[in-house]
Design a protein around this ligand. Sequence first.
Ligand SMILES: [Ca+2]
Ligand SMILES: [Ca+2]
Length: 190
Amino acid sequence: MGSKHSILLSQEEIRSICEETDFTPKQLQRLYIRFQELEKRNPPHGYLTREDLLDIREVALNPLGERLVDVIMQDYGDVNKLNFQQFANVFARFRRGKTLTNLNIKEKKLLFLFSIYDRNHDSKIDRNELVEILKMMVGGNIHEDQIATIADHTIGELDADGDLTITFKEFCDTISKIDVDEKMSMKFLN
Ligand SMILES: [Ca+2]
Ligand SMILES: [Ca+2]
C-alpha cells in the first residue's frame, strides 16, 4: 500500500483490455490503482496472489469468499498468480449491470457464477456441489437434513429435464429471474 512505484500499462494493453472487459480507459486506470494497492509486495511484481485477494474486505466478509478466490485463481490465474489483465477480466464480471449492455459480458458473468458451483467442470451442477455451496452460505447454523432438503428443493426448481443435475441453460433460465447483478456486484469501482 502507498507505494509510488507503478508499472505503467502501454496504450496497446489498455486498448485491448478495455475491448475485452467493456471498462472505459478511465475505469481501467482506477482499477489499476486498486490492483497496485492490493499487491503487498514491494517492489511490486505485477501480480496478485490468493492471499492478496483474501485480504479484500468484500471477499473476507463474503461467506463464499474463499470459494470465489479459488475459482478466480484456478480458472483465470496462473498457479497462484493473477496479473492485471486477468484481474480486469475477472472483475468485469462483478460490475453493476445498470449500464451493462455488452451481452458477452453478461454471459461471462453467468458463467462465472455457474463455475462457483461447478468445480469439477463437467458443465453440470450436481447435488453434492450444491450442498457444498449451501453449507458455506449458511455456516454451521443449519442441520445437515435441512441443507439436504433445501438442495433437493432447489434442484426441483431448476432442473427442467428431470436428470437431477442443473445445466448451464437450466441455471440461466432461473437465475435470470433473480437479480444476479446485485449478488455478483462488489464495490471495486465506486
Ligand atoms: Ca459439476
Ligand atoms: Ca437437468
